[in-house]
Design a protein around this ligand. Structure first.
Ligand code: ZN
Ligand code: ZN
Length: 375
């Protein structure tokens, strides 16, 4: 697997960055905006390929510009050219307002969309009074996030190799759970293994939760030593070229009690049913309900205390949500997780999670680590 990971990393297919801004502009009329000011770094990356942490992108019907500061004078033009997104780059540390206001004025634009989920209160006040006085500012929600749902072949290739890296890292280390590492030690080894295999970084702070800690769905790794009889919930992922993977496995160390064994059986059945339910056209909340029914039937309704899953891409948690309140309908190209769990303070917790891509026929899992619960 390691060789194949290296091969894939060295020949990642291009992403279809060039077509994204046109798909975005198609939404302007429905959103009643004449331009969109993009301030989320992740959304800027999606539209332009620029990976810097500071910048603003402005999309108008006739212009597409990335404005960033002098720190990125070399990086920004290079990444914009490489991505083929078609944006212009303006570098300025002091006149960003004037550059953007000039483009708005030149386009006779009177209504500007802001990304409501990514603009602070103070930034909104600044845009309203200093940057765009007299113009209408519109709070838009999730326009680019919706575009990001449907992954192109290049994006899928990145998520898939990130998942392969996580699989290989866990396979290389799972037998060491018998040696009694602390949660922090095991998490550290996992992170290091992913980096050695080619990950930029972990997708999020790796969760290794053992024994009583496993009953906390989002425990942070501690100095607790893993011992015989523990359930160990390991939830982690790798990042490749900005794209995340996400997977959870629960491993039983030595002999576990009957309730813990039953928890593993039930969660595994719920998770398999959830994955089997994923197909284009299904309501995301129905995938959640499918998992929940099996756990409810086992008498543990209250012990499944979170949603079934979420979209995965440039962000570890992105659209669509896969929970009981989700209004999303799954579509080809969505990448989502299916991760039911049961948490009982007296016994511990079990969660099993795969990341899958929705295909015309149903879905294809991208995470493949064995679900056998022994180390
Ligand atoms: Zn996870
Ligand atoms: Zn997840």
């Amino acid at each position: 697997m390691v060789e194949s990971i290296a091969e894939r990393l060295s020949s990642l297919p291009a992403m279809a960055t060039g077509g994204r801004v046109a798909r975005l502009s198609d939404h302007f009329e429905a959103e009643r905006i004449g331009a969109l000011l993009v301030t989320s770094a992740t959304n800027i990356r999606y539209l332009t390929g620029f990976t810097g942490s500071a910048g603003i992108a402005l999309v108008t019907p006739s212009d597409f510009v990335l404005v960033t500061d002098g720190r990125y004078a070399t990086q920004a033009p290079r990444q914009i050219a490489e991505s083929g997104c078609g944006a212009r780059v303006e570098i300025s540390s002091t006149d960003q307002r004037a550059i953007i206001a000039g483009i708005i004025a030149a386009g006779s634009i009177s209504t500007i969309g802001l990304e409501a989920d990514h603009v602070t209160w103070s930034a909104q006040q600044k845009f309203g009074s200093d940057w765009f006085p007299g113009l209408d500012l519109v709070a838009t929600k999730g326009i680019i996030e919706k575009l990001r749902r449907s992954k192109d072949a290049g994006e899928l290739a990145r998520i898939e190799v990130a998942a392969m890296i996580a699989d290989a890292a866990l396979a290389s280390l799972r037998s060491t759970l018998d040696d009694g590492p602390t949660e922090l030690e095991f998490a550290g080894e996992l992170d290091a293994a992913m980096r050695r295999l080619g990950a930029t970084k972990p997708s999020f702070e790796t969760i290794v939760a053992s024994g009583p800690n496993s009953a906390l769905p989002h425990a942070r790794p501690s100095s607790r030593r893993i011992v015989e009889g523990d359930l160990v919930v390991i939830d982690f992922g790798a990042v490749v070229d900005g794209y995340c993977s996400d997977m959870t496995r629960t491993i039983a160390v030595g002999e576990i009690d009957d309730t813990s064994s039953r928890m593993i059986e039930v969660v595994a059945a719920a998770q398999a049913a959830g994955v089997a339910a994923v197909r284009p056209g299904i309501a995301a909340r129905e995938v959640d309900a499918t998992c929940r029914r099996i756990i409810d039937d086992a008498g543990w309704a209250a012990a499944f205390s979170h949603g079934t899953g979420h979209g995965v891409g440039l962000d570890i948690h992105e659209a669509p949500g896969v929970g009981s309140t989700s209004d999303a309908t799954l579509a080809v190209g969505d990448v989502v997780t299916v991760e039911p769990g049961v948490y009982l303070p007296a016994h511990g917790g079990v969660r099993i999670e795969d990341t899958v891509v929705v295909t015309p026929e149903g879905c294809r899992p991208l995470t493949h680590s064995t679900k056998v619960s022994a180390p």
